[in-house]
Ligand binder design. Structure first.
Ligand SMILES: [Zn+2]
Ligand SMILES: [Zn+2]
Length: 233
């Protein structure tokens, strides 16, 4: 079956995302937009994933725990996980390789942890908007080892993308999937990235950015197992 997805959505845990990116607001907007599956991908954290997953279950929307991780080479990667446990494992690994810089709310914005009622129940003190000290090769290996999927984010962008920073996709990373940002014209990339699965997601920092029915996947049924079988091949 064909499902409409958006696998790059930030919550209010990301300093650069709007404070209105709360679990209920995201679920409601995704439902309103007719999506069947979303992924929560905050910068270097999965702090709000579990609560959005729980709400997704109640609302018949598949929510994949994920993260947008910045590797040592300073490009962004989307990592998707089969469950919250493996997401947390990689979050620990990421956190242990991040500089101890305190977030400046006045400059970067809040890093809110929220509950199922959208109440702010905590604030992440360490600045999340930084590169980790993890080389891409190690990061890709670590995510795959826990059964996750990882691919370079918004490769069409002029900053924080694998192409802007390295100029090409190194073979040794074993990449078979890439992400284009919402504004990219997919037909301009199909020929150049023949052999790659092209994902296109919103990178939503505001509710209105979340995709409508624009990107689709064909999977047997809407569940994490079928989705990962599709993505991992
Ligand atoms: Zn990014
Ligand atoms: Zn992003």
């Amino acid at each position: 079956m064909k499902i409409a997805y958006d696998f790059h959505i930030h919550t209010a845990a990301s300093p650069c995302a709007d404070d209105y990116m709360s679990p209920n607001n995201i679920i409601n907007m995704a439902k309103l937009n007719g999506l069947q599956a979303i992924a929560i991908t905050d910068h270097n954290t999965c702090a709000n994933c579990e609560v959005v997953m729980q709400l997704g279950e109640q609302n018949d929307l598949l929510v994949i725990p994920g993260m947008e991780i910045e590797c040592m080479e300073e490009f962004h990667c989307i990592a998707l996980f089969k469950d919250i446990k493996t997401a947390r494992q990689i979050e620990d690994y990421v956190m242990s390789h991040m500089p101890q810089i305190k977030n400046r709310v006045d400059i970067f914005g809040h890093q809110h942890i929220l509950n199922k009622e959208d109440d702010v129940v905590g604030e992440i003190e360490r600045l999340l908007l930084t590169a980790t000290g993890i080389p891409a090769e190690h990061l890709f290996k670590a995510v795959r080892e826990v059964g996750g999927v990882i691919y370079p984010a918004h490769i069409d962008r002029k900053s924080y993308s694998i192409i802007s920073n390295l100029g090409f996709i190194p073979d040794e990373l074993g990449i078979h999937m890439i992400e284009l940002s919402k504004s990219a014209l997919i037909h301009e990339y199909v020929q150049k990235y023949k052999g790659f699965t092209i994902m296109q997601s919103s990178d939503a920092h505001y509710l209105q950015d979340i995709l409508q029915q624009e990107s689709f996947l064909d999977i047997p049924s809407i569940c994490i197992a079928d989705l990962f079988n599709h993505l991992i091949q």
